[in-house]
Write a protein that binds this ligand. Structure first.
Ligand code: GLU
Length: 474
């Protein structure tokens, strides 16, 4: 079925076609690809909530795309236009994402039709708690079977409520904290989860620029320094991505939000923009920039790197041939339709795909889940021990070489040098993103046809999932 507005396939079919394109490059036993592609179950739920004395009925879903690894993992989206095929498509992306970064989870996704802006915090809490109760009592929230996380329209606040509902319902489950990730750190969350997708993208781009022969395909060179970057979406993912790339020397020349886009060739100060955006809830009126009322047009501006970090279906067959960026980094899930992807591939645009690029979120969710199951903060046991080891090495060097090491250098190896949780999370995330990139490149060059990044990433995911089905027996 097509999306009538642009003639593009719908999200679910679009993901399916990307999957099929990868399958054509592989040699899987017949039927196995159908099993991997199919969404295993979708649970639809309608529930009532009393809002200011009136009963309102809400509709939500939890789609479980795969269970070859358990728990199945994926966020819960709150949006007024979320629908079943969208949730299914997002659940499929979760399956592939987890496989690519070796996170041992199946794929799932939840959605609730709601415009959070239209409700008070108290109402959102009431609705979230009821939704969580309906899901948890049927096994759709569980540390061992199905673990939600934040997505569009939800954050650590909602995750804390969900965790509380699960704990009340299953108070004897010693692992209750692991029933949901993306919680506030004070409620069993992990340091570094909030910014994980943005941090992951920083690591992806650092790794990409470590491969000059790959960078050459986009016509770019060097590293992130001074690259002109456009970011679409200034929520959690867009903001953190922009902030970290700015820290690495990138120039954020445009930011696109719902009310329009702001543009300045010299680069925007991300801290100034975020301050303005938080106060005014819009970009219009931000000083010393060109304001573009129809923000989508800014996707077509001249730049080095385009980062769609908002929602799906932003680059379609309608605007794909006008996109000038030589490199697109998909921070959002599904921002480029299948039809647009084909057009961009023909043009030679290099696309680093969502199922790899934004996997930092679920990677750090995995760390949080492990932390919750092990009931101890990462680094708690070894931090002081590592400091002591540093001190011993310093003392040894001083006595054997008969030198005096200056205090600054000494401190770097001793005082506060042991890793805290955030250091370990960053190290694990960096390693994960780098390793996955190398696996994807390996696949790109291995066969007769040189593959694009997306197809290679799908092949990487499907191979790992197929192996697990074959070994496990269907
Ligand atoms: N919603 C996020 C995603 O699309 C995070 C999922 C998770 O942490 O489970 O990847």
């Amino acid at each position: 079925m097509t999306n009538s507005k642009y003639g593009d396939y719908r999200f679910l079919e679009s993901v399916g076609l990307m999957f099929d394109r990868a399958i054509r490059e592989m040699n899987l036993p017949p039927g196995l690809s159908d099993q991997i592609k199919a969404c295993k179950s979708v649970y639809k739920i309608r529930f009532p909530v009393k809002i200011d004395g009136r009963i309102e009925v809400f509709t939500g879903w939890r789609a479980t795309h795969s269970e070859h690894r358990l728990p199945a993992k994926g966020g819960i989206r709150y949006a007024p236009n979320v629908n079943e095929q969208e949730v299914e498509a997002l659940a499929a992306l979760m399956t592939y994402k987890c496989a690519i970064v070796d996170v041992p989870f199946g794929g799932a996704k939840g959605g609730l039709i709601i415009d959070p802006k239209k409700y008070s915090i108290e109402h959102i809490e009431k609705i979230t708690r009821r939704f969580a109760l309906e899901l948890a009592k049927r096994g759709f929230i569980s540390p061992s079977r199905n673990v939600p996380a934040p997505d569009l329209g939800t954050g650590e606040r909602e995750m804390a409520w969900i965790a509380d509902v699960y704990r009340q319902l299953f108070s004897t489950d010693i692992n209750h904290l692991a029933a949901v990730t993306g919680k506030p750190v004070s409620q069993g969350g992990i340091n570094g989860r909030t910014e994980a997708v943005g941090r992951g993208i920083q690591y992806v781009l650092r790794e990409f620029f470590r491969h000059p022969e790959e960078v050459k395909k986009s016509g770019l060179s060097g590293n992130i320094e001074s690259k002109k970057i456009i970011v679409q979406g200034f929520g959690n993912v867009g903001y953190h991505t922009a902030k970290f790339l700015e820290e690495d020397g990138g120039k954020i020349i445009a930011i696109i939000e719902k009310d329009g886009a702001i543009y300045n060739e010299q680069g925007l100060s991300i801290e100034n923009v975020v301050e303005y955006f938080q106060t005014n809830q819009k970009l219009e009126g931000f000083p010393d920039v060109t304001f573009i009322k129809d923000g989508r047009n800014a996707l077509e501006l001249e730049c080095d790197i385009l980062i769609p970090a908002a929602t799906e279906f932003q680059i379609t067959s309608n605007n794909a041939d006008r996109i000038k960026a030589p490199l697109i980094v998909e921070a959002a899930n599904g921002p480029i339709t299948y039809n647009a992807d084909e057009i961009l591939n023909k043009k030679g645009t290099v696309i680093l795909p969502d199922i790899y690029v934004n996997a930092g979120g679920v990677t750090v969710s995995y760390f949080e889940w492990i932390k919750n199951l092990s009931h101890i903060r990462f680094g708690r046991l070894e931090r002081r021990f590592d400091e002591l080891k540093g001190e011993k090495i310093i003392n040894l060097l001083e006595s054997v070489l008969n030198i005096t090491i200056d205090d600054d250098m000494k401190n770097a190896f001793t005082y506060s040098s042991g890793a805290v949780e955030l250091d370990l999370v960053r190290s694990g995330l960096d390693d994960t993103m780098r390793q996955a990139f190398q696996e994807i490149i390996e696949i790109m060059y291995r066969g007769e046809n040189l593959l694009d990044y997306r197809t290679a990433a799908y092949v990487s995911a499907i191979e790992k999932i197929a192996r697990s089905y074959i070994e496990m027996g269907i």
